[in-house]
Design a protein around this ligand. Structure first.
Ligand code: SAM
Length: 319
């Protein structure tokens, strides 16, 4: 199979790139014969029939990621680069990626871990076909696509990294805990912060974890200011490093202790509130007694006053 590193790419005077597919090329500046390109060494130039010169070089991995066919939303170079860096990937790393999508991330991963094979899980045949064609076109022969739902489990053992770009990454955590090496990295790329938060919350104390927003700002160096147009948002990555496999039980014990303590605290609060209520109602009763005693005393005094008044009035009448 012809590797992309043996292929040729043509660059026009404006810096636009064209992958040479082995046939005559029809460009904006005219036609270039396939024979002419085949006979031109990299570093040389070919001319269109209208006389415009195109440079000839080998494509690199960024050209291949740009030129690959796309099905579902594909990863960008900046996101893929952060993933590779934080996943600590290198020559020979054992990595599982899911979902495959158009295979753009797989192409990048395969380039990094070569000659090791990238394992890529996908559930949709149509996307797997697009990815397969991309691998074939660019001579990527170290990716194995498996038609498998990763939420149901991982077959491979002793993985250096598990990389996720799919809707419910948190469902993969229990499988990754079993199949990653200690020190291995689980990375999830998500376009939405809600997904990242849910993934973060589902990670347990077996993992050290960090979340980053993937931002890259282009600058227009002619005017020395940021470009007016840029890809403003792609997503977030959460990087989780497996530091232990057996803290699950300990955690659940600790959680149970926490729950017990918080229940006891709640009980204490309830008791003290009830005590307060009792004191209040006792006070209220006492208050009522005092009031009714006062009322009775008042009535007696008033009665006595009335009687005295009547006596005086009758005495006066007699006088
Ligand atoms: C955003 S795309 C991935 C794009 C890929 N990173 C790329 O660069 O081309 C998400 C993919 O995950 C696949 N997928 C979704 N749920 C899955 C699951 N449970 N197991 C495997 N693949 C899944 C989808 O079919 C889709 O192809």
């Amino acid at each position: 199979m012809k590797m992309f590193t043996d292929m040729k790419i043509l660059i026009d005077p404006k810096g636009r790139k064209y992958i040479f597919k082995g046939e005559d090329m029809h460009t904006k500046d005219g036609m270039i014969k396939a024979d002419e390109i085949n006979n031109c060494d990299v570093g040389g130039t070919v001319k269109t029939h209208m006389g415009t010169e195109y440079a000839v070089i080998h494509p690199n991995i960024t050209d291949i990621m740009q030129k690959a066919r796309r099905g579902p939303q594909a990863i960008t170079l900046k996101d893929a680069s952060l993933i590779v860096g934080y996943a600590n990937l290198h020559f020979g790393s054992k990595v599982l990626n899911s979902g495959t999508g158009s295979g753009i991330l797989d192409i990048f991963l395969a380039h990094i871990v070569y000659p090791e094979k990238v394992i890529s899980y996908e559930i949709r045949d149509d996307f797997a076909k697009i990815a397969g064609k991309n691998f074939e076109r660019f001579g990527i022969d170290n990716v194995e696509i498996k038609m498998k739902n990763i939420y149901e489990g991982i077959d491979e053992e002793n993985l250096d990294a598990v990389i996720l770009d799919l809707p419910e990454p948190w469902l993969v955590i229990p499988h990754a805990v079993k199949k990653l090496k200690i020190g291995g990295i689980l990375i999830s790329f998500s376009p939405s912060i809600e997904q990242s938060k849910k993934f973060h919350d589902a990670l347990n104390i077996n993992f050290l974890q960090e979340t980053y927003e993937c931002v890259l700002r282009d600058w227009d160096m002619k005017v020395v200011r940021p470009c007016s147009r840029m890809i403003a948002h792609t997503g977030f990555i959460t990087v989780a490093r497996l530091i232990s496999r057996n803290k699950e039980v300990k955690k659940s014990e600790e959680e149970q202790k926490d729950v017990k303590e918080s229940e006891e605290e709640k009980e204490d609060v309830k008791e003290s509130e009830e005590e307060k209520k009792d004191v209040k109602s006792e006070n209220r009763d006492e208050q009522t007694d005092i009031k009714s005693e006062n009322n009775e005393a008042q009535t007696d005094v008033e009665k006595e006053n009335d009687e005295a008044q009547t006596d005086i009035e009758s005495e006066n009448k007699e006088v």
